[in-house]
Design a protein. Structure first.
Lengths: 237, 417
């Protein structure tokens, strides 16, 4: 999987609070929960993840344009939000591809320079996008295997502990609060536009007796883990 | 995951019950990659169901005539025709393999005994004719029964060939191949209500074709920037209006929908209408754009509404109101707090489809875990069902599912109740 090299053990905190805290780091600073954690650290992890995705996408022999565009736009948003932090130099707005390269250059340290050099080389190919209908084809030799993280990405571990959403096998733990095993007594439930009802809701709901823990694990894997592992390098079109 | 394997029948009150009917496809748990179904499409009357798979094959099922001797067959679908629509190709100029995976199938309205459909992979659209043959001619003059040519010197008399019945044979033949018009990957095809033209859309362009003409197409939408560095948006889906042959819509990765009128100008780069819902500031995140990306757009049968599917919701739009949708239905809101992880493992880029029922009173879309969701627009109620053959017996009613989120998942049965 793409981000295997970046997974970290989560800090031991109460799970629900951790999930809440993790996910609200990405919201505007106005959100009350953001105050719980330093946004710069989390954004840095998300930034690196996005850069990884961008490179991974560009390395495909035929990149998925939709995926590429969405990742680039997300990266721009993250860059814009990171501008005021001391960790990174100010980012010119609107950030363009060359500035991503500048950013990487500025934030890299000696240990990363080697891996960054190769990544920058690839980034410069973005310039070539304007020249031909699919100049991204020039990106590397055809048929180069794109699965599996290249060895240089391991060096990014040195960026520091990632306390964001980057987990190792704890992904299952993150989705432990979603229960898809239940059945509903009402055939057609009144629709709610907001959040789904909490477990305390709905009197008389039944659980099918034949569902067991193995099935719950299977559902979990289907949603997040196993199928993601089997996912081909480029995300589904 | 938008398909359903069930049939509906009213049960008791006004509520529609959904029953499991059939499962088609691979029997084993171990499914070959090529057999994975990539698209499904009913014909307009519903008597035929076409499926396309990653191996480039199309399988068409036909609904059996309901008859009194087998009342519980309830119009079951059986294999009608199977053919290889697309083969893998290699683009030598760009050194790229072109996948044979069928992205979309669209039926043409029936105009005779033969049936026609369009199937497309990433680059090439093909028009297929599916016809039945249940008679054969016998008694040719110039060739004998096994097809060998007869010695002309031995022919002493003329005879008129006669038609004799034979076992039904369904033949699929490619009638048109529409190639070399798309630089990027085709995501949509849509047949026009004029029954003469159709559109094909890729990430950056939409082309208009005439069904009879394969050597040229007309480009009607082009959003490719002069400088690809400025690319910020791609086309994700496109469809013709069901009645107005000059109107089409296309959706984008930024969650916007543009309606174009082909009468206003030849190149529809300027939209006639622009549909976008303002962003909700309270739920804004780094992933707002990704989850707003529209994966499917479908006009209602009436032509008055259209429906869009983004990552977490389905929205119904009134074509007369561009400022916001008239309905929003949450599909799996419990995923909203997990967006970061879903971004990490790329699930957030998954695409779902949606569809209207025949009377536009209900809409349906898929979710994860083999779940699909149906929203009744008249009663404003929704149901979650599971399309899983392990848990469903034929003709058994599907039990509605409920997803609970927000507390620790209970593995202990007592605690769950």
């Amino acid at each position: 999987m793409l981000s295997k090299g970046l997974k970290r053990k989560r800090e031991e905190e109460e799970e629900g609070k951790e999930a809440l805290a993790v996910d609200t780091w990405w919201l505007d600073p106005g959100h009350p929960a953001v105050a719980q954690a330093p946004p710069a650290v989390a954004s840095s992890s998300l930034f690196d993840l996005s850069v990884l995705k961008l490179h991974h996408s560009l390395r495909q022999s035929e990149p998925d344009l939709r995926h590429l565009v969405l990742v680039v736009n997300t990266l721009r948003r993250i860059q814009a939000s990171m501008a005021p932090t001391a960790a990174l130099p100010p980012v010119p707005s609107p950030p363009t591809a060359p500035s991503i390269a500048d950013n990487l250059l500025a934030s890299s340290d000696a240990a990363l320079s080697a891996s960054m050099a190769s990544l920058l080389e690839d980034l410069s190919h973005i310039e070539g996008l304007s020249q031909a209908p699919q100049p991204l084809v020039d990106e590397g030799p055809p048929g180069r295997p794109t699965g599996g993280a290249p060895p240089s990405l391991g060096a990014l571990d040195l960026l520091g502990p990632a306390t964001g959403c980057l987990l190792d096998d704890g992904l299952e733990g993150l989705f432990e609060d979603i229960d898809t095993s239940m059945y509903d007594s009402e055939l057609w439930a009144p629709a709610s536009e907001g959040h789904k009802s909490s477990p305390e809701d709905g009197p008389g709901k039944e659980e099918a007796p034949e569902l067991d823990e193995a099935e719950l694990d299977y559902l979990m894997d289907v949603l997040v883990g196993t199928q993601a592992l089997e996912r081909p390098p480029g995300p589904g079109r | 995951m938008a398909g359903a394997g069930g049939g509906g029948c009213p049960a008791g009150g006004n509520d529609l019950q959904w029953c499991f009917s059939q499962v088609k496809g691979a029997v084993d748990e171990d499914v070959a990659e090529a057999d994975v179904i990539s698209t499904v499409e009913f014909s307009h009357s519903g008597d035929l169901l076409a499926t396309g798979d990653k191996g480039g094959r199309v399988v068409i099922f036909q609904r059996e005539q309901e008859n009194k001797s087998r009342p519980h067959s309830r119009g079951e679908y059986n294999v009608y025709s199977t053919f290889q629509s697309h083969e893998p190709e290699f683009d030598y100029l760009k050194s790229l393999e072109i996948e044979e995976k069928i992205n979309k199938i669209r039926w043409l309205p029936q105009q005779g005994a033969a049936r026609f459909l369009l199937s497309t992979n990433d680059k090439t659209i093909k028009l297929w004719k599916i016809s039945e043959r249940d008679k054969r001619a016998e008694g040719y003059n110039l060739k004998d029964e096994d097809g060998r040519l007869r010695d002309p010197l031995r022919i002493t008399a003329l005879r008129v060939p006669i038609l004799k019945p034979m076992d039904l044979m369904v033949e699929a033949s490619p009638r048109r191949i529409f190639a070399n018009a798309h630089t990027y990957h085709i995501n949509s095809i849509s047949v026009n209500s004029d029954h003469e033209t159709y559109l094909s859309a890729d990430d950056l362009r939409i082309n208009l074709w005439h069904l009879e003409i394969t050597d040229r197409s007309f480009n009607i939408v082009d959003i490719k920037p002069a400088n690809m560095e400025e690319l910020t948006e791609v086309i994700t889906a496109a469809e013709f209006h069901p009645h107005q042959c000059n109107v089409l819509v296309y959706s984008s990765s930024k969650g916007t929908i543009r309606l174009c009128d082909m009468r206003s100008s030849a190149l529809c780069d300027r939209h006639s209408k622009f549909f976008e819902e303002p962003e909700d500031p309270s739920s804004r995140s780094f992933f707002s754009e990704i989850i707003s990306s529209v994966s499917d757009v479908k006009f209602s049968h009436s032509g008055r509404y259209m429906m869009t599917r983004d990552y977490l919701s389905v929205k119904v739009w009134d074509l007369n109101m561009e400022s916001r949708p008239v309905e929003t239905h949450q599909v799996h809101e419990y995923l909203r707090s997990k967006l970061c992880s879903l971004y990490e493992n790329d699930c957030i880029f998954d695409k779902f489809e949606c569809c209207w029922n025949g009377s536009d009173s209900a809409i349906m879309t898929g979710s994860y875990n083999n779940f699909f969701r149906m929203f009744d627009r008249t009663t404003w109620r929704d149901v979650t069902l599971e399309a899983s053959r392990e848990n469903s017996k034929p003709r058994a009613s599907l039990k509605p599912r409920r997803v609970c989120a927000g507390g620790k998942r209970k593995k202990d049965e007592d605690k769950a109740n």
